[in-house]
Design a protein around this ligand. Sequence first.
Ligand SMILES: [Mg+2]
Length: 223
Amino acid sequence: MPTPAILWDVDGTLVNTAEQHFRAWAAFAAEIGHAFTRAHFAASFGMRNPEIVRMLFDANASDERCAEWGERKEQLYRASVRSGGVELLPGVARLLAEFAATGWKQAVGSSAPLGNLELLLGVTDTQKYFGAVVTGDDVRRGKPDPEVFLTGARKLGVEPAACVVLEDAVAGVEAARAGGMKCVAVTFVGHHPAEKLRAAGADIVVASLEELSAERIAALVAG
Ligand SMILES: [Mg+2]
């Protein structure tokens, strides 16, 4: 029976920083004289910065401008995380420790840029659990492409079939399945409903990671 490895999504799974992202986009939009509403935020959720910039602020923005504006938004986001802090979602601290105690390898597979992830893992004191951290800067194609999770598996030295991805978004579930991995989806933050996560291929959907145990994950990989 293969030993499972765990690949963690970050935003919405490990921590919830949606409000900090919203505030950062709203502050950035104000700087360039645009509006940014809750509806804009909902429409942009899960998209990468260049796509958001072109959809909401300037359809003809150059790659350079997208990078510059995206970086400004991330500066505002990191300042918000630094000043307000961020907490692990329910069940996360216990699972991180339980998986580590069982000897399972763990990695981060996130679309977020490296600077954000370093900050989040630092603020929550969780770096020690991860044998690899794969960021949006490390991949050419974002989720639902499996590149981010396949890269994580390769860095851990684990076959995709032995990997279990923890996710909260449809694109992330699709990425896990496209990579030949098992997937547990969590609806706690509530960006996507259980039916959609199940339809995308999640093997287990839980309302909170408090419901999950190492035993249940081991059974998933064994089955
Ligand atoms: Mg997520």
